[in-house]
Design a protein around this ligand. Structure first.
Ligand code: AMP
Ligand code: ZN
Length: 113
């Protein structure tokens, strides 16, 4: 499958990794939108949240707890952060491998654009 993030999981493209375990890879976004901007992805290819299945429940929960850990490790948990997943066209998804943006280091506005 011609998927950018699967190539990162395979090691063919080397992102700036901040955390990795057997299920997830966390790396810095190449075009950061905040002082801290990392992406959390499952190593298994899931296209987006619309593609997730009940059997992915534990994986999805693990990604959320990994976001908590990474936010703490990067020292942004107490000041706060935003976790976002963009799904399909109206959600603004551009890479079709499930990922969560963890944004921090500045005050986030609402509503998002
Ligand atoms: P989305 O628009 O929600 O699908 O997010 C895709 C994200 O992937 C964007 O924030 C991009 O900046 C980021 N991105 C694209 N290519 C790379 C790359 N080679 N390394 C790190 N992040 C990337
Ligand atoms: Zn993929």
């Amino acid at each position: 499958m011609d998927c950018l993030f699967c190539k990162m999981v395979a090691g063919d493209i080397k992102p700036d990794v901040v955390h990795e375990d057997d299920q997830v890879l966390v790396f810095r976004d190449i075009a950061p939108q905040a002082p801290v901007h990392v992406l959390l992805i499952p190593k298994k290819h899931v296209t987006n949240l619309d593609d997730a299945e009940p059997g992915d429940a534990a994986l999805l929960g693990h990604i959320l707890l990994t976001a908590q850990k990474v936010a703490r490790d990067l020292g942004v948990a107490k000041d706060g952060f935003r976790l976002v997943t963009n799904c399909n066209r109206n959600g603004g998804q551009t890479v079709y491998h499930l990922h969560f943006h963890l944004l921090a280091g500045r005050h986030m506005t609402w509503p998002p654009g």
